[in-house]
Unconditional design. Structure first.
Lengths: 327, 254
């Protein structure tokens, strides 16, 4: 379910659970976050995407009250992060980029400790802990020291822990960093399920395009402390107006000659024995092109549509690849 | 109410960690025994030491209790640095618990560990021929509380100003060892050269050791009430100071 549908159901106008106003963080001469304005819709999965060193963690740290902004302000669940930090802390669950577990406590003890620190009423604790343990599927390992856990289990425990006090917002800072592809997929599924089942907004940072693309309803692309652009991954890619349709036909020359008259094709070229066409909204044009070829008595052997990915969006805005963007 | 819960939770974790590191408990019992049995017996036989029952070994017994509390408390306090390095501190810092409560919980946890060490030593008093009575035991126990909490506060203060365990040797050479050696744990503090006298009385542990010696052996350099007031005052000072600084410097602790 995307954000718009959800809000339609709730019959509400756009409702933002996090808003920032020119929020900045400077260290001496270095500006880690530079006047960022964000509006994060309630119950969405919102991604902050950018290379390492772009300011993602600094931004999230300010929103979860462990760093004070140098200037600007932010509200989280309606509370000011500076003036009402305690209320903000009660409203959020945080999973930090670096591990935050005690190696000689068990998984269950971590959950118990967290429930107590967040003032979950005593009579509810057992139930909540069981609920979370079921969700994160630690099995028998729940009562073993966390030093025996695998990377994925540690991550799941941290995410589960962040949910014990039923937060309104879950912050995930690079939730799948350093995990193997299989575990990463599991965590993705888990986050999606969570967002669908619970009344919760997820704000995550990542430098994996695929992750942002797959999980997020909306993405803000950030580089060197600035937001470059923000929208749904779908719209961001559509804005590039750069779908590529690759065709194989029996009479290439004739096809190209005819196709050059079509004004929806922005660029046409042959690469090896294939014709590549740059178009906008390619999914609507595949049928059109096949019909067009038939009309001109050209036989289509194959046709393929490629969408640009968020990496292309990033390159388009910054001129660098996301992995190199930090420097 | 919620703050008490926070203090309790942090204390409970600290206590659990202490109990689970069995090797640490073992070594912190063996080390003082080595001091008492080898150093105490060795030096005790080489020097003529007053008319104290039990001789030099008995004389250093309260001092070695003070040393054990000092080492346990400072190292537990410094464990905040490890919490920071392993990221666990963030989990605590982002919880809706006030900064002073975090410090109080920690200090109580450190105090608990140090007091357990001290109690184990009290129970071993027969080794050095010190006569232990219930009254002496309870009075020593009560004294250990402010001594442990005060030194735990020193550990926390060190942790606030140190960002990695690399400074550990510096802490040993410049804080822990001088505090131990100047405390009068190993020699009487009366009749020293005046520069040493001043240093001895600047060391907060001197008062803790002297109070313990008054209670356990019945003599000391200062009246019991004076050393007790200093010990309690020092505990209040270091805890207040670390709670204040912890709140103030929370930004640097991440």
């Amino acid at each position: 379910m995307n954000v718009n549908e959800k809000n339609l159901f709730e019959g509400a106008i756009m409702d933002y659970i996090i808003e920032t106003h020119d929020i900045s963080k400077t260290y001496g001469d270095f500006t880690a976050v530079d006047k960022i304005n964000l509006k994060i819709p309630r119950n969405s999965v919102y991604g902050v995407l950018g290379p390492n060193g772009a300011g993602k963690t600094t931004l999230i740290s300010m929103l979860c009250t462990i760093l004070h902004p140098s200037s600007g302000s932010a509200t989280v669940n309606g509370y000011d992060v500076m003036k009402n930090s305690k209320e903000v802390r009660k409203s959020i669950g945080v999973v930090f980029q670096s591990r935050a577990l005690d190696d000689i406590l068990t998984g269950r003890e971590h959950l118990e400790m967290h429930a107590a620190l967040y003032g979950v009423p005593n009579e509810l604790r057992k139930e909540r802990i069981e609920e979370v343990l079921n969700l994160i599927a630690l099995g028998d390992k729940a009562d073993e020291f966390t030093k025996t856990y695998s990377g994925g289990m540690k991550r799941r425990l941290e995410i589960g822990r962040g949910l014990i006090h039923h937060p309104k917002i879950l912050f995930l800072d690079e939730p799948t960093l350093g995990l193997d592809p299989q575990t990463r997929e599991n965590i993705w599924e888990y986050i999606q399920e969570l967002n669908q089942k619970e009344d919760i907004t997820v704000l995550m940072s990542t430098h994996y395009m695929e992750e942002a693309d797959k999980l997020c309803d909306e993405v803000a692309i950030i580089n060197r402390g600035h937001i470059i652009t923000s929208d749904s991954p779908k719209n961001l890619k559509r804005e590039l107006k750069a779908d590529i349709i690759t065709m194989k036909v029996d009479d290439q020359e004739k096809f190209i000659k005819e196709a050059e008259k079509l004004d929806f094709i922005k660029n046409i070229m042959t690469v090896d024995s294939e014709i590549k066409m740059m178009v906008e909204s390619g999914e609507n044009l595949v049928a059109t092109l096949v019909n067009f070829a038939n009309k001109n008595n050209i036989i289509v052997n194959s046709i393929e549509l490629e969408h640009p990915n968020l990496e292309d969006v990033f390159i388009n805005y910054t001129g660098t690849r996301i992995i190199e963007g930090a420097k | 109410m919620a703050e008490w819960e926070g203090i309790y939770t942090i204390w409970f974790r600290e206590a659990k960690r202490y109990v689970r590191y069995r090797s640490r408990i073992l070594s912190s019992v063996v080390t003082p025994l080595l001091w008492l049995l080898i150093f105490g017996t060795g030096l005790g036989s080489a020097i003529r030491f007053g008319n104290v029952a039990g001789g030099y070994k008995a004389f250093i017994f309260p001092g070695i209790i003070g040393q054990t509390i000092l080492f346990t408390a400072i190292f537990s306090g410094v464990s905040v640095i490890m919490d920071r390095q392993y990221g666990f501190l963030k989990e605590i810092m982002v919880a809706p618990v006030s900064r002073p409560s975090i410090v109080f919980g920690k200090a109580l946890g450190i105090g608990t560990a140090a007091i357990i060490q001290g109690v184990i030593l009290l129970l071993l008093s027969f080794v050095v021929g010190v006569h232990m009575t219930p009254v002496i035991f309870i009075a020593s126990f009560l004294l250990m509380i402010p001594i442990s909490v005060g030194l735990g506060g020193v550990g926390l203060l060190i942790a606030i100003f140190t960002d990695s365990m690399e400074g550990f040797n510096l802490i040993m050479s410049f804080i822990v060892l001088p505090m131990f050696l100047l405390s009068g744990a190993l020699f009487p503090v009366t009749g020293l050269p005046s520069f040493l006298q001043v240093a001895v009385y600047l060391d907060p542990l001197t008062y803790g050791v002297d109070a313990l010696r008054q209670v356990i052996l019945g003599y000391g350099a200062l009246p019991l009430y004076v050393s007790t007031i200093v010990v309690v005052g020092f505990a209040l000072l270091t805890i207040t100071l670390s709670a204040t600084l912890f709140s103030k410097k929370e930004q640097n602790l991440m």
